[in-house]
Write a protein that binds this ligand. Structure first.
Ligand code: UT7
Length: 331
């Protein structure tokens, strides 16, 4: 019997028009362009402006671009997963709304939350459904409106995050392309270092939590940084050794875009040159669940059928991991 693997067959993206530059941030908090660029690699990020626009607005646009480019009939989509840390609503899955809006009327949908590793974990979920033979078209969207949970008076977080969305379609493949291996990890010690305290079941929103800004994201940057560097490098290296790959076998490293220094440390450990490392952090900052699909969309024209890609991510929780995937098409 032919082995069924799960391949990415199309990608799409959306970033909002509004560009928040380092210069503009200088007017909001005590920071400067030189500090932000040298410490993070970020030059600007996109912000979703306007009333009544949540994460779904961007997810829908990214999915619509994918549908239009790939010419698939949305009615053929079996499942829509929205990987996000910023759902439209606390209850009522964003993916369900997105599926209906894009015309995926035969699909079911749900959200997946693993902070900055949401899309990476989602790749594993999407691939498993395809490999099992149960579904034929799984649309995975990574989307986050980080500006909705950022305190723009907190210079330790507001300089990092941006808004955006990217989408990838997973389909069965019989040429052994697509997802080859994965190593996903998590550790609850991380909960203290990157979180939103209020608004969940532990501490429901109240006048007090609003006053103290506990509905905003807080992170202990240095601690998260240290864990991100060592763990992203470890899992990426593991993908190579476990699959008998040398650095010459890798065409692309696809790292979560949290900090240019974390990306470079991961690349150094894997041993790949800078020109094999996907990077767009300078344009978008950290878009949480959207970083990996935005990279795929930005680099799609350079990707060739059979290319070996190593994905790696690290995020709150802590959550992290790496995936080895063979690219399935020439665009
Ligand atoms: O994607 C999910 C996971 N998230 C991450 O991976 C983020 C990981 N962390 C980081 O990327 C970095 O830790 C940051 C970019 C958040 C911070 O960079 P850092 O090199 O770790 O800086 P730091 O927090 O150690 O701060 C160094 C100094 C401090 O001043 P003192 O105490 O040395 O006088 C900070 O107060 O820089 C100061 N500082 C700033 N200065 C100008 C902190 N934020 C800023 C700022 N502008 N925006």
């Amino acid at each position: 019997m032919t082995k069924i693997t799960a391949a990415i067959s199309a990608v799409g993206k959306y970033v909002p028009e509004y560009i928040l530059t380092n210069k503009e941030l200088e007017t909001l908090v005590d920071t400067n362009d030189e500090w932000i660029t040298s410490r993070t690699g970020i030059e600007e990020r996109r912000i979703l402006k306007g009333e009544n626009k949540g994460t779904s607005f961007m997810a829908i646009k990214a999915a619509e671009e994918l549908i239009q480019k790939s010419k698939i009939n949305p009615k053929e989509i079996d499942l829509v997963i929205v990987a996000t840390a910023t759902p439209d609503l606390m209850v009522a899955s964003t993916a369900v709304f997105v599926a209906t809006e894009i015309g995926a009327t035969n699909a079911f949908g749900y959200d997946l939350q693993a902070a900055c590793s949401s899309f990476l974990y989602g790749m594993s979920t999407a691939a498993s459904y395809i490999e099992s033979g149960r579904y034929k078209k799984v649309l995975l969207i990574g989307a986050d409106k980080m500006s909705s949970i950022i305190d723009y008076t907190d210079r330790t977080t507001c300089i990092i995050f941006g808004d955006g969305a990217g989408a990838a379609l997973f389909e069965p493949n019989t040429e052994n392309l697509g997802l080859q291996d994965e190593y996903l990890r998590s550790d609850g010690i991380g909960r203290e270092f990157l979180k939103i305290d209020a608004g969940g079941s532990l501490l429901p929103a109240s006048e007090e939590t609003l006053k103290t800004g506990q509905h905003f994201i807080h992170q202990e940057g240095k601690t998260v940084f240290k864990h991100a560097v060592s763990n992203m490098a470890d899992v990426s290296e593991k993908m190579l050794t476990r699959n008998n790959l040398t650095k010459e076998d890798i065409q692309w490293l696809v790292p979560h875009q949290a900090n240019k220094r974390i990306i470079e440390a991961t690349a150094n450990r894997v041993g790949v040159e800078a020109d094999k490392v996907m990077m767009n952090i300078q344009k978008y900052g950290n878009t949480t669940s959207a970083t990996l699909p935005l990279l795929l969309a930005d680099y799609e024209s350079q990707l060739k059928k059979g290319d070996n890609l190593i994905f790696a991510a690290f995020g709150g929780g802590f959550t992290w991991g790496a995936i080895y995937l063979k690219w399935a098409y020439n665009s």
